[in-house]
Design a protein around this ligand. Structure first.
Ligand code: URP
Ligand code: ZN
Ligand code: ZN
Length: 456
């Protein structure tokens, strides 16, 4: 049960303002934000925390995670408990994970996932995968919406694993029904035909370096155009997950110039890693879908981030153990996905310091306010405001440290950012008024996380 906490003398960073103020938390909510709150003016027993020299941010939201993903005959390394822990170390108080479509019933797929997630120690929301059209899709979507989900997820690839809705009119119907219900449509955009053709034309070896050749950036651009045309036809917004390429970005720009509202998410790996990591014996550790691309692609995404063309940074955290990843050197067999939730804030902060074009407020927008607004969690989440959930992060902007398997907490046993020197470290993470991580000690409680229903 949360008591009350007074955080004094911190630099509060919100999307819309940055000020030195105190913040009083009572129970699960932010009670007061004011320039100076007297210690005698708070409930008896209030814990007083000094944030002098530190930044105070709204709890971060990782809007794209796959904790405990059962896939390809195995399960990912980070369970919901382990995911909660590593997220707390990264200042993340809410994750948005995915409910796979069992192709029988969306509501039962969702109920099953909710049941699996009940151990979470931080808050969570869900996107609902839709992998098959059915005659009663409208009422199925309506049911999912009533159960608190605000987004569906569509794939334009993965025909081999049964995620692709191939029939254009069926896909359009899913878009239109979602629009009618005010459900956001999010898309993993890689065109399956382009990928199939690239595979047919390819005659080299299948080491990790072949991945960007087998899944070229044209596939992303073509898929964005196709789903963008549907969004345009129905005058609806469109959310593109994990944008990875300059070509994809160019299509987003075109769609926007035609009046389509495109919300773009990218990930730290497309911003700060590139395909050179796929060479060498550790290449399999860097395999995910879409693949890492050229330095030019990551540069384009970093520019777009600074320009405000990207609204959300999320991680696509999908961790397999080092041993699992290295089981095969054949990219057709390597489990796709990498960890990242915990590294997200220090990586972005370090980038902001080095390029000088991204403010702390913009970082808060990308990692908290942006996803809260896109997915209907705002203003309960994503903002430092009286009455909002007391999800608060105390962040030391000056601490330098090195990302390594020794300093982060994923059960995968590795970080793709091994050896990266970063500036900025989370000192304390508070979830609805309770400290879940402080002074490097994890204090999360199994089952304390709440399912946060989308209100869109
Ligand atoms: O390789 C990845 N990204 N695995 C997770 C599933 C997805 O496509 O987002
Ligand atoms: Zn994806
Ligand atoms: Zn994903």
């Amino acid at each position: 049960m949360a008591g009350s906490i007074l955080i004094k003398d911190g630099l509060l960073v919100d999307t819309e303002w940055v000020r030195h103020e105190d913040i009083l938390i009572e129970g699960e909510k932010i009670k007061r934000i004011a320039p100076s709150i007297d210690e005698n003016d708070v409930p008896e027993g209030t814990s007083i925390i000094s944030a002098d020299g530190k930044c105070v941010l709204p709890g971060l939201i990782d809007a794209h995670t796959h904790y405990h993903l059962v896939s390809r005959g195995t399960v990912t390394a980070d369970s919901f408990l382990e995911g909660s822990k590593l997220a707390s170390y990264g200042g993340v108080t809410t994750v948005i994970d995915f409910a796979d479509d069992d192709k029988k019933s969306l509501s039962s797929s969702l109920s099953k996932r909710l049941d699996e997630m009940k151990d979470m120690a931080i808050d969570y929301a869900l996107h609902q995968g839709v992998y098959k059209w059915r005659p009663d899709i409208l009422s199925e979507l309506e049911e999912v919406k009533k159960m608190g989900v605000g987004t569906i997820k569509i794939f334009t690839t993965y025909k081999d694993v049964g995620y692709l809705i191939e029939d254009k009119s069926q896909l359009e119907e899913v878009f239109k029904d979602s629009s009618d219900l005010n459900l956001m449509v999010s898309v993993h955009a890689e065109d399956d035909d382009v990928i199939r053709r690239a595979g047919e034309e390819y005659s080299g070896n299948y080491g990790p370096e072949s991945h960007p050749v087998l899944r070229p950036s044209e596939a992303e651009a073509v898929a964005i155009r196709k789903v963008g045309d549907i969004a345009k036809k129905y005058s609806m917004p469109l959310y593109i997950v994990h944008l990875s390429s300059r070509k994809g970005l160019m299509e987003v720009r075109k769609l926007r110039s035609e009046g389509v509202r495109v919300i773009v998410e990218t990930t730290p790996h497309y911003l700060f890693l590139d395909k050179s990591y796929l060479s060498g014996e550790n290449g399999p550790l860097y395999v995910m879908t879409p693949p890492l691309r050229s330095k030019d692609d990551s540069e384009a995404l970093r520019e777009a981030l600074s320009n405000g063309e990207i609204q959300v940074v999320a991680t696509d955290h999908c961790a397999f153990t080092r041993a699992q990843k290295l089981e095969s050197n054949d990219v057709r067999k390597i489990y796709p996905g990498i960890p990242g939730t915990e590294e997200m804030l220090p990586l972005l902060h370090t980038f902001a310091l080095s390029n000088g074009h991204l403010s702390l407020s913009q970082i808060v927008n990308l990692l908290s306010t942006g996803p809260a607004k896109a997915f209907g969690l705002y203003p309960r989440k994503g903002v430092l405001r009286e009455g909002s959930d007391a999800d608060v992060v105390i962040f030391d902007p000056d601490e330098s440290w090195t990302l390594s398997s020794e300093t982060v907490h994923s059960a995968s046993g590795y970080t793709p950012y091994e050896g990266f020197n970063v500036t900025g470290k989370v000192q304390m993470t508070i979830l609805r008024g309770r400290i879940v991580m402080g002074d490097d000690i994890y204090l999360g409680i199994k089952g304390d996380g709440k399912f946060i229903e989308a209100t869109r």
